[in-house]
Design a protein around this ligand. Structure first.
Ligand code: SF4
Length: 142
């Protein structure tokens, strides 16, 4: 009977799956999920993580590091928000009448895609219409 080679314990990250209970758990399953969600834009997603800022909370991070935490600063909130940046633009026609959208759950609404240009909804209108950037900035400053 062949003897198996002993496993090197110094190469083990942890005895606990995903580092459960540790200060910085290893969210491998979440990372795989995020990679799958962003599979059509992986180079872009990687660039956002390496060179972008985090829009997840007020801690603030640039790229993968900040001025507070030693080492890599990356949490699952930021990873989960990555898809918001890599998804394509939405079908803006769906905003012409917001009544059907009011019944949709938040996750489904976020999955509709990115807003590609400014839109406004004026009092009494059923939905949004496209406006120029000049009109949008002018209305924001009034
Ligand atoms: S990576 Fe997470 S903790 Fe850090 S700034 Fe972004 S959301 Fe906040």
């Amino acid at each position: 009977m062949a003897r198996t080679k002993p496993r090197r314990r110094d190469l083990w990250a942890s005895l606990r799956p995903n580092g459960a209970g540790l200060t910085k758990p290893n969210h491998y399953l979440d990372m795989l999920r995020v990679a799958w969600e962003n599979r059509r834009a992986l180079p872009y997603a990687s660039r956002i993580l390496r060179k972008g800022v985090c829009d997840g909370c007020a801690l603030g991070v640039a790229g993968l590091h900040d001025w507070t935490i030693d080492g890599v600063h990356l949490c699952t909130t930021r990873l989960s928000l990555l898809r918001m940046n890599t998804m394509g633009e939405m079908d803006h026609g769906r905003l012409a009448d917001v009544a059907p959208l009011q019944r949709m759950p938040g996750a489904e609404l976020r999955g509709m895609g990115r807003l590609a240009y400014p839109m406004v909804r004026r009092a009494g209108e059923p939905g949004f219409t496209r406006v120029s950037w000049d009109a949008a900035t002018a209305s924001a400053s009034t």
